[in-house]
Design a protein around this ligand. Sequence first.
Ligand code: NDP
Length: 339
Amino acid sequence: NRKVVLRGYISRAPREDDMVLVDGGTVALRVPGGAPPAVLVRNLYLSCDPYMRGRMRDFQGSYVPPFKPGSVIEGFGVARVVDSTHPGFSAGDIVSGMTGWEEYTLIDKPERLSTIQQSDIPLSYHLGLLGMPGFTAYAGFYEICSPKKGEFVFVSAASGAVGQIVGQLAKLHGCYVVGSAGTNQKVELLKEKFGFDAAFNYKEEPDLTAALKRYFPEGIDIYFENVGGQMLDAVLLNMRVHGRIAVCGMVSQHGLTDPVGIHNLYCLVPKRIRMQGFLQSDYIHMFPKFLNDMGKHYRDGKIVYVEDMSIGLENAPAAFVGLFSGKNVGKQVVCVSQE
Ligand code: NDP
């Protein structure tokens, strides 16, 4: 059972050699007898998500506990049940939920797994479009942004797992949508594939405030914040009165010992801006409706989806690290096995 383990805690941006592939020995393909109900799975697809970087720090005060050095990395995955002593699961079922970055995982809290009803939708999409990132976009846009038809929406990290869905939901809602991304290829994708009204490469803009003014001459009603730092400062100057900022994440600030200072927060007052952080997990009661809505949008051709698939467990560390320099084009997943 090959597995990817964390070498030790870090306090900087993650590097590939912070994780190591080890041979965990032969796996008995049965759930051990006499143990509480458990499920043994063969992992098929693993998700690389920015929040996992926070679990590599020696910090207990977060909403998820840190990984244990020397232990297998945990993350969302799609897997096939090999053996089960839990009445809710049988061999052959396809499930999604928390699993390990390894070939086989014994899951001792199977009640946290969901069974995937197989359909024409690729299984890996349950880690993005129909999984946690897609749900983050859905809950964040409808519950936090209070969108109205015709409003001006800006999305940062717009071609990523969450951003691409937010932009398309906003278009479906009748909004004017602009996205930013870190390469010209991603900018093309935003305009040509995801149907954003406009998009720009923030790395080629010497003055972000001026760039936003160009794309939003009348100002921004809704900012879906994924990156933080200088982008947030520039957005604050360009917000409209009664605008909303949904703070989903600040990927540019992860692990900085000296985070970028925000200078323009005073704009919240005269512009009466509502700025709200959120965690998708607080809205989990909406998940069944989300699955239904998003599955329908996808089948009706109203939402498209791009994922970046890395092949092989041994490539998982590089795929994960790439999130923090924008190597991923679309949702980053790793294929461990297809069967
Ligand atoms: P993405 O698929 O968007 O991948 C991360 C992207 O961030 C990269 O591709 C890169 O795109 C961009 N990026 C990386 N470093 C920087 C930087 N220094 N400055 C600007 N952009 C950068 O990831 P997700 O869609 O999974 O996550 C997007 C955000 O949503 C993250 O902040 C994440 O933490 C957050 N999140 C929050 C959740 C919640 O419940 N609140 C749940 C899930 C995600 P580019 O090439 O465009 O720079």
